[in-house]
Design a protein around this ligand. Structure first.
Ligand code: BGC
Length: 881
């Protein structure tokens, strides 16, 4: 039964209006393509979004007007020379630009006027976005490199000097690179990005990055310096994934346009060409996979400043562009996000020190050290120690096939200058580690401040928080996020040490956890573009993306490569933004059609199966076919959304056939058991909506029994780990789900934490001999489940992006306090509760311009379905029927 708020009398309902009547409703947090005031975008129809700051209960936007123009003052005054949407009775908070065609290299200012619940108008502050190249034909520079081949170790340095004679108004640098770069102007490093540009399938698409460099230029003499790293473009280290044989492999190359606008309105472009000079320098080796080697004796301080004597530098050569597509890098960049000082340092002997950073991360260390000229210092990074206290890399170097002397795994090398205190931090590599061992060929004096760690990852804004009275839950949530961020480097990876691969399955197993906790849409838009670049004409996808060719076999099936459907769908659910789903629509269709063509009787065995299980094995045909159903269902829903009626009918029908085939073959209707009845085999069909309605409870009861028999321990691999807690919690067994979630003996997530993990691991079994990375995200569902299973925060498929929030909280008697917060596109959602004996105080915040449908569990008294408006609400509830 649905009841209105006013008629709601079953509970003492305290509605805390915390805004003052008459307080302004204001649009804020303006973003363009999900980035605040981006510079250098290529999307001709960017998405403009905002949030409402309005703390009144029932706050909403009744209409809005978007104003876009090239004159900031005119836009402030409400005049937009390129787009004025007019007052539209639109209640969403994201609009796709629909004004005059955007021009390249142009800064557009924009604001939004909103009309609040009382139809009172207010204006947002003015924000901006700036277009970049918009079209490859707008590049003026040529791709250049040095004369060395792919095997040459030292990194190439490039420089060019130029003179300006007029006063500079503004300047932008556009840089596209095959490989990685650092850009300098007059000695200053430009920007704080790391490992730019992000890794793509280089022979299909290259990314360029735009910087506002106005403040780094000076009147008169200027110098530009560019240092290139290999990255994934020129993989010199040898691993089992064959990146050293990638079809795109080449010596790093780049193209740069520096556009200067002078005060008199004239423009000039300084571009790459044969007038640039090149040399090598102190970066004598760099590998994204293993490490970096640096010879401080070769430093030449002024190389990136004007008036440097480059007479000994050589000439550059022209190079063909790595691909025909050079598009803007529109995503949150990788940065050194967190500085982590060493917790302890231990002097093992005169020339060996062991640093412990106290937690596992992805990133780099920076060393500050002095010693004799030519002293060789090695910095080895690892996750584990041998009993004797030295670093043990056997859990992470197993797939490395390179030269362990010349190119040791996760081991930087520094040769001291002997002239000063040397400082070194790898520029073109990152590692996964908790410990670092510094070993030198001469005695060294180091202390705890000599080595500092930096946690590197795509710097996506945090949007989620879990706080509870159970420290295990808080630690699990934190560890999940550490694993997620350690594995986010412009694409989601499996682990930051052993592989750094964009494993598709790992990516989608973690997608909900990712989106509850981080505003990561820009990274997924990029990664799904990588998927589109990789997809075979017949629809097949490799199971790592990007790939140099590895990953097409028999395992790259539905349980992994369903990323193509699941991720765009979840992005649509969490953001209400259907662009990615639309961009991937034909790709999903090609993928589903491939499976349809190659499966018989609507069932498929294409996949890897329930990877890294505890002990029970699950039927692969069952799990793969369920993912076939999931993708087909998503395709049907997308078809409906985009008005593709024929597709909608066809794929709805196909999804029904798949479901029926799964149930006909695997479901025993009498017992309510799927296949052999493992935790995975029961939970996967429940989670993904395959179980016939009349049997859902029976199957769920069987699952609960199975879990109880296991003493509330896991007996699943990745597929079951994604499904289990949801399958229990959503079907009347929340206590069982909770017991599994907070279980702290083997096998469980909590067992890892009890054993000191600060990230999620790859294997349940701490004694296992393979698949034992200590920083993996594939079991990451746990961190997202707290938002769902306990906080009950779900997007509403009918009003996605949290326009309407589905709240299905669960109150656990054994957990005194719980709070989940998620900053949705509409603003902060809070769902928190406190248990007081037989009572529960349930506190909710619904952001402005959003609503919620609250479903209360049947173990509390009173009405079960309540419609809530925006604002703060506090409910006093009582356990009981
Ligand atoms: C990776 C996994 C991946 C798996 C698939 C492993 O080596 O680290 O996370 O999904 O392979 O087989």
């Amino acid at each position: 039964m649905k009841i209105s708020l006013l008629a709601f009398v079953g509970f003492l309902f305290v509605n805390l209006a915390y805004g003052q009547t008459g307080e302004l409703c204001k649009a804020e947090h303006l973003c363009c393509d999900h980035l605040p005031a981006p510079v250098g975008i290529d999307n001709p129809r960017p998405r403009l979004s905002w949030m409402l700051h309005d703390t009144r209960n029932g706050a909403k936007q009744t209409s809005c007007q978007i104003i876009v123009g090239t004159d900031s003052i005119a836009v402030t005054e409400g005049k937009g020379n390129v787009w004025d949407s007019g007052n539209r009775s639109y209640t969403g908070m994201m609009v796709t630009y629909a004004g005059q065609a955007l021009k390249p290299f142009t800064r557009y200012f924009w604001k939004v006027n909103v009309w609040d619940k009382d139809r009172v108008r207010s204006s947002s502050p003015v924000s901006s976005f700036e277009t970049g190249m918009m079209d490859v034909k707008n590049w003026q520079g040529a791709w250049i490199s040095d004369r060395n081949d792919i095997n040459y170790k030292p990194a190439p340095y490039f420089r060019k000097e130029f003179k300006t004679t007029k006063k500079i108004q503004s300047a932008r640098a556009y840089i596209a690179v095959g490989g990685l770069y650092e850009l300098y102007i007059n000695g200053d490093k430009i920007g704080n990005h790391r490992l730019d540009p992000m890794y793509t399938r280089f022979d299909r698409r290259n990314l360029y990055v735009t910087y506002d460099v106005t403040s780094q230029l000076q009147n008169g003499h200027n110098a530009i310096g560019v240092l290139l790293g290999n990255g994934w473009y020129n993989h010199q280290s040898i691993g089992v994934w064959d990146f050293h044989n990638a079809p795109w492999r080449n010596r790093p190359a780049f193209c740069l346009d520096l556009k200067i606008t002078y005060m008199d309105g004239s423009m000039e472009t300084i571009a790459t060409g044969l007038d640039w000079k090149t040399s090598s320098g102190p970066v004598i080796f760099n590998s994204i996979y293993t490490a970096e080697h640096y010879d401080a004796r070769l430093e030449d301080d002024g190389w990136n400043k004007p008036s440097f004597d480059d007479s000994k530098w050589g000439r550059v050569i022209y190079r063909s562009a790595p691909s025909n597509v050079v598009s803007a890098q529109q995503l949150h960049p990788i940065r050194n996000v967190e500085t982590i000082p060493a917790k302890t340092v231990k002097k093992m002997d005169d020339s060996t020190y062991l640093f412990d950073f106290g937690r596992n991360i992805a990133g780099v260390t920076k060393i500050n050290v002095s010693g004799d000229e030519g002293t060789i210092v090695k910095i080895k990074h690892g996750e584990r120690l041998y009993d004797n206290g030295y670093i043990d890399m056997t859990n992470i170097d197993v797939y490395y096939r390179g030269d362990r002397d010349a190119d040791p795994f996760q081991t930087d090398l520094l040769i001291l200058s002997g002239k000063k205190e040397d400082e070194f931090m790898a520029k073109f590599n990152y590692k996964g580690f908790r410990y670092a061992e510094v070993i030198s060929n001469k005695p060294l004096n180091l202390d705890i401040n000599s080595l500092t760690a930096y946690f590197m990852h795509s710097d996506v804004p945090a949007v989620g928080e879990i706080k509870t009275s159970n420290p295990l839950i808080d630690k699990l949530w934190w560890a999940t996020n550490n694993a997620y961020l350690s594995n986010l480097m412009g694409y989601p990876t499996d682990c930051p040490q052993r592989e750094k691969n964009g494993w598709t399955g790992d990516g989608h197993f973690a997608i909900e956890t990712a989106l509850y906790n981080f505003d990561a849409i820009t990274v997924y838009e990029k990664w799904l573009a990588d998927h589109r670049d990789e997809q075979q004409p017949n629809g097949v996808l490799p199971d790592i993306v990007p790939t140099g060719g590895w990953g097409y076999g028999t395992d790259n099936g539905l349980d992994w490569t369903s990323t193509i459907a699941i991720i765009p769908w979840e992005i649509y659910m969490f953001y209400g933004d259907s662009k990615l789903l639309a961009d991937c629509y034909e790709n999903i269709k090609r993928y589903v059609d491939y499976v349809d063509r190659t499966s018989s009787g609507h069932l498929t065995t294409w996949g890897r199966g329930d990877w890294v299980p505890v002990k029970s094995r699950s039927d692969k045909e069952l799990t793969s076919s369920v993912y076939f159903y999931v993708d087909t269902k998503i395709l049907a829903r997308a078809a409906k959304l985009f008005g593709k009626q024929d597709d909608y009918i066809y794929y709805s029908d196909l999804s029904e056939k798949i479901k029926n085939a799964i149930n006909a073959k695997f479901l025993d209707r009498t017992t309510g058991i799927y296949a052999g009845g493992t935790q995975t085999e029961l939970s996967v069909p429940l989670q993904w909506g395959v179980v016939p309605d009349d049997l859902v409870q029976k199957v769920a009861d069987n699952l609960a029994r199975k879990v109880e028999e296991a003493g509330f321990h896991l007996d699943v691999g990745v597929l079951g780990a994604k499904a289990l807690l949801n399958a229990l919690g959503r079907n009347g067994h929340i206590e069982a789900a909770y017991k599994v979630a907070v279980q702290d003996t083997y096998p469980s997530w909590g067992w890892w934490i009890v054993n000191g993990a600060t990230t999620l691991l790859e294997n349940w079994d701490l004694q296992a001999e393979r698949d034992i990375s200590d920083n993996h995200m594939m079991f990451g569902e746990i961190g997202g489940w707290f938002f769902k299973g306990l906080g009950g925060i779900y997007p509403d498929p009918d009003q996605p992006g949290f326009k309407n929030i589905i709240l299905r909280p669960n109150f656990i008697r054994g957990l005194k306090q719980f709070e989940a917060k998620h900053r949705s596109p509409y603003g902060m959602i809070v769902s928190g509760w406190e248990i007081k004996g037989k009572n529960v105080v349930y506190n909710i915040v619904i952001p402005a311009n959003s609503t919620a449908t609250l479903y209360l569990p049947d173990y509390v008294k009173g009405d079960k379905v309540i419609q809530l408006e925006s604002g703060k609400h506090s409910l006093k509830l009582q356990f009981g029927k």
